[in-house]
Design a protein around this ligand. Structure first.
Ligand code: PHB
Length: 407
């Protein structure tokens, strides 16, 4: 449990901050609290995709996060919130510039982002080890971020790529398949999710007969689907997400493969997308840490509130945004609103011990490597919805290989 007494900001710290304000105001320093009158807003920098194939993910995460903070009164630690959002375009080459703008120029207290693993790795290069900001990843699963490149001020509210599909291998083996072709976008998330999904499959004696890789974010699948038809594997394991996943699942069915070669993958392939995919999605089995159909009071309330607020159905990305909001609240509650650089250790301590009992995905807790420990569900599309067939892996924790934190 967090030691809340130690986490409290000291009066000395506030006074020192107030005294220093006048002296360094010209350097762009923003005081945590104004000496007289109102309170300075907490700055939350956001780097998420609002255009391109992952645009819907960025929007759902933002909505979920804001909804959580609104539910808590619309403030963080009693202070108003200023969101400074940049469209990442899911583009790794642009990520260092955007991250530096938020961290150095805007001096954000918290940095929320991104969706894309490559963008996340680039952001971490800028952020890791700083006292400020604290970075909360609401999606990107790059394994390294909570393994060899873990950092004291970086936390994940989502998943490691490994977690989302590690149980896939057993599911395919249990269904009697012996050969598989993998197909995904050629970048960290695709490669890592496919590696995780075939790990157990190979242990059970299965063989991967071909790894097909498509440049991100291309959606020209036709030639590859013809190759799959010729290879005739028992099953296909695929990762696509957002707009690309809608097209992939439809193209797969249109190529006539749906009934002869069953499709598996992480739940991103179908979660929140079944309306757009229609009949093409029926029967697809996936594993994920959430399904809209999760029948718990917390999830039902979440879905209803999200629908009311945004006139849209929530999905796993909205959940991850919502949980990001919960982490922001926990961090700043630990310092009663203080976000000065010397308040960071207390916020980091609170986040390191974070538990999120009220998550729509089910309760989860933070691992020592700053990644969720959570249940992974087995789901199958039936009647246009992802039905939960069971828990594929309970309390799944990423192996966190090579993570050494200095605090
Ligand atoms: C990632 O790039 O880490 C990523 C993107 C979209 C997903 C999952 C993972 O749905």
């Amino acid at each position: 449990m967090t030691d809340t007494t130690r986490a409290r900001p000291s009066r000395r710290r506030f006074l020192a901050g107030a005294a220093a304000t006048g002296a360094i105001a010209s350097t762009g320093f923003v005081p945590t609290r104004f000496a007289i009158g109102g309170q300075a807003p907490v700055k939350v920098g956001i780097l998420l995709p609002y255009s391109g194939t992952y645009a819907s993910l960025g929007e759902a995460i933002t909505n979920g996060m804001k909804m959580r903070i609104e539910q808590a009164g619309g403030t963080l630690g009693g202070r108003p919130v200023e969101y400074i959002a940049i469209d990442s375009e899911a583009s790794p080459p642009q990520a260092p510039r955007h991250t530096k703008k938020l961290v150095i120029k805007d001096q954000v207290d918290f940095l929320v982002g991104p969706v894309h693993s490559g963008v996340a790795l680039a952001m971490a290069q800028v952020v890791a080890g700083r006292d400020k900001p604290i970075m909360i990843i609401p999606n990107a699963g790059a394994n390294a971020l909570t393994r060899g490149q873990c950092a004291r001020n970086i936390f994940r509210a989502s998943f490691s790529n490994w977690q989302t599909c590690y149980p896939c291998g057993q599911v395919m083996a249990d269904d009697g398949h012996k050969t598989v072709v993998t197909m995904t976008w050629k970048y960290a998330a695709g490669n890592e999710i496919m590696a995780a999904g075939t790990e157990l499959f190979k242990e059970f004696g299965g063989a991967v007969i071909k790894d097909i890789r498509v440049p991100f974010p291309d959606v020209e699948f036709q030639a590859h689907l013809s190759e799959i038809a010729a290879l005739k594997p028992d099953a296909v394991l695929a990762f696509f997400s957002g707009g690309g996943a809608i097209k992939f699942v439809k193209d797969y069915a249109a190529a006539g493969l749906k009934d002869s070669i069953p499709l598996y993958g992480p739940g991103f392939l179908t979660e929140g997308l079944t309306e757009g995919q229609g009949a093409a999605a029926e029967g697809i089995k996936t594993t994920l840490h959430y399904a809209r159909t999760l029948d718990t009071p917390v999830n039902r309330m979440f879905l209803e509130a999200y629908k009311k607020a945004y006139n849209k159905e929530a999905d796993v990305f909205a959940v991850q945004g919502f949980d990001t909001g919960s982490l922001l609240l926990q961090a700043i509650d630990a310092t009663e609103g203080d976000t000065g650089a010397d308040a960071s250790p207390a916020m980091i301590e609170a986040l390191s011990a974070a538990e999120v009992p009220d998550s729509p995905r089910g309760p989860w807790r933070m691992s020592e490597a700053h990644n969720p420990i959570m249940d992974i569900y087995l789901r199958q599309v039936e009647g246009g919805v992802n039905k939960i067939l069971g828990v594929a892996s309970r309390d799944l924790e990423d192996p966190a290989t090579g993570c050494k934190l200095d605090t």
